[in-house]
Ligand binder design. Structure first.
Ligand code: AMP
Ligand code: MG
Length: 408
């Protein structure tokens, strides 16, 4: 049986040619998408010199005396200065364009104001020296027109959307969302939470898990209805999804050694290239990856919920990263808080919790590692990756871990 690393290499090589189309998207739909082209700034940002403070715009003055200036008017954000300052001052609000001959802005709290009968500033007194270039945001100080803002491959978050909006970028070319179909095998499954279970039935928890996990990815997910439990039923659904344009198919169940584990045979029947079946991991050993005759990718994840979760994190997600040009997350290590024994010969992906203690990152492997146990999975915040060749990992040893998506 091959190791986890070998299986991953095999899938990565087999998906090397898999390419997504490009698509233009409006700003409103760019969140989470991956840029297919670099973005160069169409404009200076800020677009014009403007005030960073509520205060008074004036010329600089090296004198260290108290200076008195008459106030010529005022200007708010959105207005355009009508006069030059000359030897006076203009009251100015944050974001308002500074008059052309203005050299500096003094905040309102640093001047003494004398008002007229309408309570409007008439003159101000400022303690010199009045330094140049104070509290003025210069045109292009943040981003210059023509500057590279984002490279191709950038996954866009809300902060990137802010940048694009500020620059007036209304559209960008991004990678098209790959179409992913989720097929749940197993006649025992019930989808509808309001349907009472008959003897022997269980609720389908894998499909909602996979659909939820895929929500953070720029993909288009179809939750396929039905629970095929024969080769024939399975192939019928598989064919339907291929015909509907599925580029990636993820099935759960029916990949191990039981009578009803028909997925490998079904794939062979249609002439798929089974890149590997089974690797030295726990849970999830029977995981399978194939390339279908039309080029679509097929992940056969085992049915037990924790095995399906491992299959998603350690096989599906690395390949999604590859086809969406995203880097692997940086490796993280934590100190094991309690020793843990496992069988050698399998890499164990263990439900675990990382936490800070004594100013260091520690990790606890939780009780209840069996692949049917969801409660410790829901309590965990990461997978501990315990190496294939080890049977005992002692407290205090450094252990590799992978945070669950969405964990801070
Ligand atoms: P299988 O790999 O089909 O033999 O399934 C292994 C175990 O996982 C069995 O106990 C199944 O009932 C269970 N199982 C399979 N599919 C699901 C699913 N979608 N949700 C929850 N449990 C499942
Ligand atoms: Mg089954």
């Amino acid at each position: 049986m091959i190791s986890y690393q070998e299986s991953l290499e095999l899938i990565k090589t087999a998906t090397d040619d898999f390419q997504l189309k490009f698509k233009y998207c409006d700003l409103d739909h760019l969140l989470g998408r991956v840029l297919a082209e670099p973005i160069y700034s169409p404009a200076d940002l800020p677009g014009f010199d403007n005030s960073a403070m509520d205060g008074f715009a004036m010329k600089a003055n090296p004198s260290d005396k108290l200076v008195q200036l008459s106030v010529l008017g005022n200007i708010a954000a959105g207005e355009v200065p009508q006069t030059e300052i000359g030897n006076g001052a203009i009251q100015i609000m944050t974001g308002a364009p500074v008059p052309i001959d203005c050299e500096t802005v003094i905040p309102i709290e640093n001047v003494q104001i004398e008002t007229d009968q309408n309570d409007l500033p008439l003159t101000i007194q400022v303690q010199g020296p009045i330094l140049a270039d104070q509290n003025i945001r210069k045109a292009g100080q943040d981003v210059r027109q023509g500057e590279l803002v984002f490279s191709a491959g950038q996954k866009l978050n809300a902060e990137h959307i802010m940048m694009l909006a500020a620059l007036g970028v209304s559209q960008a070319q991004v990678l098209a969302r790959p179409k992913i179909s989720l097929i749940s095998t197993g006649a025992e499954l019930v989808d509808d939470a309001n349907t009472p279970l008959q003897p022997g039935q269980i609720r389908n928890s894998n499909q909602p898990f996979l659909a939820a996990s895929l929500q953070t990815w720029p993909v288009e997910t179809t939750q396929v209805a039905g629970h095929p439990d024969t080769q024939e039923q399975f192939l019928e659904l598989l064919q339907q999804e291929i015909n509907d344009g599925a580029q990636i198919i993820i099935s759960t169940g029916a990949v191990s050694m039981g009578d009803r584990d028909f997925v490998p045979a079904a794939l062979l029947e249609i002439g798929a290239n089974i890149v590997f079946h089974k690797c030295k991991i726990r849970p999830g050993k029977p995981v399978l990856f194939a390339v279908l005759p039309n080029g679509s990718l097929f992940f056969g994840l085992p049915g037990n919920p924790v095995s399906a979760a491992v299959g998603f994190s350690f096989f599906v997600e690395p390949i999604l990263r590859q086809i969406l040009n995203q880097k692997e997350p940086e490796m993280q290590m934590a100190r094991l808080s309690k020793g843990f024994n496992k069988r050698a010969g399998f890499c164990l992906f263990a439900k675990a919790k990382v936490f800070m203690k004594d100013s260091e990152c520690q990790i606890e492997v939780l009780n209840g590692q069996q692949s049917f146990r969801i409660a410790p999975l829901a309590e965990a915040n990461c997978w501990a990756e315990l190496p294939e060749d080890r049977a005992e990992i002692k407290a205090g040893e450094l252990v590799k871990f992978h945070k669950f998506a969405g964990e801070l």
